[in-house]
Design a protein around this ligand. Structure first.
Ligand code: PSU
Ligand code: MN
Length: 314
């Protein structure tokens, strides 16, 4: 009953509805990256290219946002444009979802917000850039992204290029461990650090093959162990940024946030915007490359999960 009621807030695009009817694999995509993560028009162009990549690999992309009082699962080109062009699009995490839906305003969903909507829509795989986490200095500020709590309880696999070093990556991984969220890595042993390949911290399990990843995830959920799984994959070597450069820029961005007294949900967008400005355009190219790579990994995982009819050995 409650699930049916929640479901009545969803609107599926025609391609996503067709894929659902045909039981084809779906890949959810977030919209904060479009509205708040990249400048126009690169944001809209990248969103379309990411969708095309997923389709080429045989899965159906479902970009998620809040528009006109509905949770939209799958957006048309015009709707992507509207989201990417306009100012005043809300950043929608768990806390914000009722407000933006009820007011009929436009909202871009974060990792947490997108996970909630994807789960309602029955989508198991979600591709993003980087997850939120425990911020540096969190022992003073208590600033821990709602993404981590969502990973603790909502059963969606989140494919990412790790987390940005604006965060305390060690504490982020500790938090995930406490909440029983497995952190998988493919292509390398360590958790990725978004602009750079290596965070210096090991992921929990390295699983390079999509079928192994699917088997792990299906087993978790078969056991009734609700909650998400993080699948980290590093930015392609050729697109990675030099780590000394990004470290210095990150320190500068954090210092600017402190000086300006930025707090609450404004912290992450502020830091992302500062990093973008301080790197000139170069971080954008890295960002685009990693999201596309994540999309390929996510599409392969969605295909493998749709075939994974595993269960325990006989
Ligand atoms: N980290 C990034 N890029 C992003 C975000 C985080 O490298 O675009 C966005 C995601 O939507 C993420 C959100 O879910 O910021 C986290 O915000 P907060 O730290 O306020 O929870
Ligand atoms: Mn925060």
């Amino acid at each position: 009953m409650a699930a049916d009621l929640a479901h009545s807030w969803l609107t599926f695009s025609a391609p996503v509805a067709a894929a659902r009817a045909a039981r084809r694999p779906l890949v959810a995509l977030e919209s904060t990256i479009i509205a708040h993560g990249m400048p126009y028009p690169e944001n809209v162009r990248t969103a379309r290219e990411v969708e095309a990549l997923i389709r080429e690999l045989g899965a159906e992309p479902a970009t998620i946002a809040v528009m006109d009082g509905r949770i939209r699962i799958g957006l048309s080109d015009d709707e992507l444009e509207r989201l990417g062009r306009s100012d005043g699009v809300h950043k929608v995490s768990r806390r914000d979802l009722p407000a933006v839906l009820a007011s009929g305003e436009t909202g871009a969903t974060t990792v947490a917000g997108t996970m909630i909507c994807a789960a309602l829509a029955g989508i198991e795989v979600f591709v993003t850039g980087g997850i939120g986490g425990v911020h540096r200095g969190a022992s003073e500020t208590f600033d821990i992204s709602a993404d981590l709590q969502e990973l603790a309880k909502t059963s969606v696999a989140v494919v990412c290029a790790g987390a940005k070093s604006i965060l305390d990556i060690g504490l982020t991984l500790e938090y995930l461990e406490t909440h029983g969220v497995p952190v998988l890595s493919c292509e390398q042993d360590n958790f990725a650090a978004f602009y750079t390949r290596d965070s210096g911290f090991r992921a929990d399990y390295r699983l390079d093959d999509a079928h192994e990843q699917a088997r792990f995830i299906r087993t978790k959920w078969d056991l009734g162990l609700a909650g998400g799984v993080v699948l980290s994959t590093p930015v392609p070597e050729a697109a990675a940024m030099p780590s000394e450069e990004i470290d210095a820029i990150t320190r500068q961005a954090l210092a600017d946030a402190a000086t300006q007294g930025i707090s609450g949900k404004a912290v992450t967008p502020f830091l992302l915007a500062r990093i973008k400005a301080l790197t000139g355009g170069r971080s954008l190219a890295t960002n685009i490359a990693l999201v596309k790579h994540n999309a390929e990994v996510g599409a392969r995982l969605a295909l493998a999960l749709s075939r994974a009819d595993q269960g325990p050995p006989a």
